[in-house]
Design a protein around this ligand. Structure first.
Ligand code: HEC
Ligand code: HEC
Length: 271
């Protein structure tokens, strides 16, 4: 019997072999398994940085721990802000990248501001911090923003007309709501912000979660909104984009007006 064979029969050999196999499979799995994109992207440092940024820029309205300030009465230091526990990374990203937050002054509606004062890294850090406080909607995967490649604008139009047009108008030109609020025009809004607005329902807008409108539905709506604005007004001036009513009115008033005017003028010349 040679030395190797003797060792093979050693009672610990099987256990050792099993251990080795486990270590190899475990190592291979860790190296090759797909990582969840959002979880891998967030680090403890990022959450900590986000918390510091939050305390400096948002806590005066949303509370030191984002618990919200619901009772601003007799409170001179703080202003109203809703609780952000469960608001999710998508809401923070939408609100900050569209410049709505941090809100500059209390008012009926945080206005869209095109000059954003925070870097994408800072916004990601605050989003990571808010997401760490409670489960909320995460930012959408790239796949659902690819409206040019995979969106169906025709289908999106049907969804848009029954879910969005009553507030944003059929031509997405926006519209007034009650109490000094308004639904903004959607021209020029980034696809990711259209998605996140549907997902988080800012302010008076309803939330369209994935049960109401699937990610495919949302992508189709983005395709519709984007293509509508890309097409523009092939017939000339858009007349405010208010749809058939304003266009019909225009033809009745101006078209008929010109014809009647011409008829009267011709009649006078003939007399
Ligand atoms: C001057 C007060 C004020 C400041 C400062 C402020 N907010 Fe707000 N925030 C509000 C108010 C009021 C609302 C709700 C009304 C609205 O959305 O128009 C709101 C809404 C939000 C929402 C939407 C919540 C939801 O459920 O969808 C998010 C997210 C948010 N704020 C994040 C932030 C972040 C992040 C900061 C700091 C960078 C910040 N806010 C700073 C007052 C403020
Ligand atoms: C009940 C009225 C209402 C409905 C229905 C509604 N919205 Fe909105 N929407 C609003 C209001 C109000 C705001 C402004 C929120 C704010 O300023 O905080 C808004 C904001 C938005 C924005 C952000 C635009 C910007 O300037 O950053 C987008 C995008 C949007 N809505 C898309 C949609 C889509 C798509 C639908 C349909 C799936 C829809 N909305 C349905 C009221 C509505």
């Amino acid at each position: 019997m040679n030395a190797l064979a003797a060792r093979r029969r050693h009672p610990a050999a099987i256990a050792l072999l099993l251990m080795l196999a486990l270590v190899v499979t475990g190592g291979l799995y860790a190296a090759l398994a797909p990582k969840p994109a959002s979880a891998a992207a967030v680090t403890a440092d990022q959450v900590e940085e986000g918390q510091a940024l939050f305390r400096a820029n948002c806590a005066s309205c949303h509370g030191l721990n984002a618990e919200g300030n619901e009772l601003p009465i007799n409170d001179t230091k703080n202003a109203f802000g809703p609780s952000l526990v469960g608001a999710g990374a998508a809401a923070v990203h939408f609100q900050m990248e569209t410049g709505r937050m941090p809100m500059a002054a209390p008012g009926p509606q945080a206005p869209r501001v095109d000059k954003v004062k925070f870097t994408p890294e800072q916004i990601d850090a605050i989003a990571a911090y808010v997401a760490s406080l409670g489960p909320g909607p995460a930012r959408p995967d790239e796949e659902w923003l690819d409206w040019e490649g995979q969106g169906n604008a025709g289908r999106g139009g049907t969804i848009y007309r029954s879910n969005c047009a009553m507030c944003h108008s059929s031509a997405a030109a926006g519209g007034a709501l009650t109490r000094g609020k308004h639904a903004p025009p959607l021209d020029g809004v980034e696809p990711v912000h259209i998605y996140e607005a549907m997902l988080t329902g800012p302010q008076n807008m309803p939330v369209f979660n994935d049960q109401n409108l699937t990610p495919e539905d949302k992508r189709d709506v983005i395709a519709y909104v984007k293509e509508m604005h890309a097409v523009g007004s092939p017939g000339g001036i858009g007349l405010g984009g208010y749809g058939p009513a304003s266009e019909g009115m225009f033809i009745w008033l101006f078209g008929l007006g010109i014809m009647i005017g011409t008829a009267v003028w011709l009649g006078q010349k003939g007399a």
